[in-house]
Design a protein around this ligand. Structure first.
Ligand code: PMP
Length: 400
């Protein structure tokens, strides 16, 4: 009876890594998945993570089940890291925080909450967005539509389009926003634009839904990267915020993150939390403990916390260096007069090159550069030594 099942297509992001592994050319580069690599292009485990793990071993932590909502010490620090410990939403206990299976699992929990308690409500997502957002809402049976975000003419934000699409959506829609370092474009609204976005969302009684996958990784500062979320929270709005520690603590495979629901009262937050637990229980029962303990130890200890911030700055700094070198190489090599400065304006792990599907195929087939077909490259997978080669590949692909 399984005979009738058709082959699923490869995942547009993780499928790129599979193709990369199968390529035997020594020049190959994997710029598909957003995972930090060292200058030698090796995976990197943060020193602060190793220290936290050593502490955990010394203490002889057990492997008992966590509560459905996760590790209490983790839930406390993760909400404080996001909002700031002295934020009124924390002091008034208006945040329902539940540990999730990293960013993806936390988004999925929120999607299930929307499906159950806001039947028919739609989620507005940016065009373009991280590829998995659509899968998540499709599988949770939450209707979604797109708002304009990227303007290919300016290689910048289509702010007017974004505002008018959010305005045009039915009242009470959820508006998915990338807290910082928009994936895949690397283009974020300015603080003034965030205020205007909050204005229309409030006018239309929409509910903001933040996806925060890069806190500390965009600017190198945890507080600066949370400023969009805090701006909305300061207005007293209800909101949803999914968090991930995949990138900023390099805990990709530990699957550690959280969903935070800011409610208008402590009482509502307690009720929302109880419902999130009810959704989580039949899906995966309770979350894994290892990553939660690492985060709780790192954030909860002032010395480790400072070390983490230094390592995050180092990672963000390396990405900024390759971004600069790629821009320099492109500008020096390309004789067409094309303005490559958009690469420097983009922030975070990625650069949205503007290469179309055929050009991206050329990058892979001719140059062995693996990337997603939307023209996104992960600068975290690039080294200074490979920038010239990549610039040659991009120029060849653009102009052919
Ligand atoms: N949201 C966005 C925008 C992302 O880029 C990512 C990671 N690529 C995630 C969520 C979630 O990743 P994870 O499930 O590993 O936390």
């Amino acid at each position: 009876r399984f005979e009738g099942i058709a082959m699923a297509p490869p995942d547009p992001i993780l499928g790129v890594s599979e193709a990369f592994r199968a390529d035997i050319d020594v020049k190959k580069l994997n710029l598909g998945v957003g995972a930090y690599r060292t200058e030698e292009l090796q995976p990197y485990v943060l020193d602060v993570v190793k220290k936290a793990e050593n502490l955990m071993l010394e203490r002889g932590e057990n492997k008992e089940y966590l509560a459905i909502e996760g590790l209490a010490a983790f839930n406390k620090v993760t909400a404080e890291l996001l909002f700031g410990a002295d934020n009124q939403v924390i002091e008034q206990q208006r945040v329902a925080t539940v540990q999730g299976l990293s960013g993806t699992g936390s988004l999925r929990l929120a999607a299930a909450l929307i499906e159950r308690y806001f039947p028919g409500a739609q989620v507005l997502i940016s065009s373009p967005t991280w590829g998995n957002h659509k899968n998540i809402f499709n599988d949770a049976r939450v209707p979604w539509s797109e708002y304009r975000y990227y303007d290919p003419k300016t290689v910048g934000l289509d702010f007017e389009g974004m505002i008018s699409d959010i305005k045009a959506a039915p009242e009470g829609s959820f508006v998915l926003l990338h807290g910082c370092a928009h994936n895949p474009t690397g283009i974020d609204p300015t603080p003034e634009q965030w205020e205007k976005i909050a204005d229309v969302i409030q006018e239309k009684n929409h509910i903001p839904f933040f996806d925060v996958a890069y806190q500390g990784f965009a600017s190198g500062s945890l507080d600066a990267d949370a400023s969009s979320v805090r701006l909305f929270a300061a207005r007293g709005m209800e909101l949803l915020v999914a968090q991930s520690y995949s990138k900023n603590l390099g805990l990709y495979a530990e699957r550690i993150g959280a969903i935070n629901v800011v409610c208008s009262s402590a009482d509502a937050a307690a009720r929302v939390k109880s419902q999130l637990k009810r959704i989580a229980r039949p899906m995966y029962s309770n979350p894994p403990v290892h990553g939660a303990r690492i985060v709780a130890n790192v954030v909860g200890d002032p010395a480790l916390f400072n070390e983490w911030k230094a390592e995050m700055e180092m990672m963000a700094g390396r990405i900024k260096n390759v971004r600069q070198k790629l821009f320099d190489s492109l500008s020096a090599k390309d004789k067409s007069g094309k303005d490559w400065s958009f690469i420097l304006k983009q922030i975070g792990m990625f650069s949205f090159t503007g290469l179309n599907k055929a050009q991206s195929d050329n990058m892979t087939n001719k140059w062995h550069v693996y990337m997603t077909k939307d023209g996104r490259i992960s600068l975290a997978g690039l080294s200074l030594a490979k920038c010239e080669y990549l610039a040659d590949a991009i120029i060849d692909s653009y102009h052919n």
